[in-house]
Design a protein around this ligand. Sequence first.
Ligand code: PMP
Length: 456
Amino acid sequence: MLTNDQLSQWDRENFFHPSTHLAQHARGETPTRVITGGEGVFIEDRDGNRLLDAFAGLYCVNVGYGRTEIQEAIAAQAKELAYYHAYVGHGTEASITLSKMVLDRAPKNMSKVYFGLGGSDANETNIKLVWYYNNILGRPEKKKILSRWRGYHGSGLMTGSLTGLEVFHKKFDLPLPMVKHTIAPDYFRREDRSQSEAQFVAHCVSELEALIEREGPDTIAAFIGEPVLGTGGLVPPPAGYWEAIQTVLKKHDILMIADEVVTGFGRLGTMFGSDHYGIESDIITIAKGLTSAYAPLSGSIISDKVWKVLEQGTDENGAIGHGWTYSAHPIGAAAGVANLKLIDSMGLVENAGTMGSYFREAMRDAVGDHAHVGDVRGEGMLCAVELVEDKTDRAFYDPSKKIGPQLAAALLKRKVIGRAMPQADIIGFAPPLCLSKSEADTVVAAMAEAVREVLG
Ligand code: PMP
């Protein structure tokens, strides 16, 4: 077995890590963390630490670690047939079964599912399909995509453009010009503090209307949004937001893409965020919770309305010019089937709702009154704690103080993983959906201590 020193050296010399400070890591100033195992909500590293992963990897290991049902399904599929493609009508029992299981769980207006590998490529597919759709309908000008500041939709060229976080744009020459952003529905951070929730929703709507007017409704194809803003800070929308936004979109014949990479398959305590907020989506993006990350798999769920048009797109001899080698990969599909069965048999959608509420309330009780905790919020099994330098004017800390990362480090010292979100000083929690009461209490107690240690 390799020594830790050897692994660290090879890591520094060879491994280009995502979302990592490249120069510092290459110089060995940030640690190499080698994760070796996991069970339930816990992971283990090579130094023998057992950590409570209250962010479920990257909010994806929804059923928890080490589930033999999924491991065995993957092993059986690998043994039977590790790969065959899905082009020209090919499939496996796993991929066809999974397509039915996804549609059985999806909102009723959904018709078909296209499988990809990750959330970014699924959103890439979605935008291509939206363009294809408008070309078939003879509307070649209707192509721009609306997104929101602080939305997260991936980090490819198009999807990184849809993402509304500066760090994903800066020095990459993004966003692309056909993507336009509107304001984030963050009531806590509203500019005009005198606004009621309803007034703030009206403000979000008027900002969207103004953007559509400026760009021209005939040039806008779709709006993409996460039911609850995720990486941008775990921000549930104010009451009535989605209803009001959809009214505007319908008026201008703009398609609605619900990016449910985080919210799909139970995280909000409902199977989909679209159900949770009454969003009538034209396309739904799924990934993470589809396989609980046991194997890479994503999907684009297409509504009847869009499908009926797409079907007209191929001429007699032609097939749709879109597909990945690994679309509907059998191993991912086998993982997906086993995962969705487990979500049902373990009652995880329900637990996400009830335990998620318990966890958030306990967090609010423990740290909500602290002088530097501005907001404790979330929905289902999502909880964010937003820190402020001054509670009265909600002033941000100076970013150079790195309060978020300091808090995440203080949590880690207590063997709990929370995530310093890229936006301001927000600590996010998105535990596996199987979180128990005592595990929730452990996270809350660690956070209370970490807040006292870092913020006094
Ligand atoms: N959409 C959302 C809402 C996400 O949270 C993410 C990933 N965090 C993505 C898309 C991109 O998924 P991936 O990293 O698998 O490409």
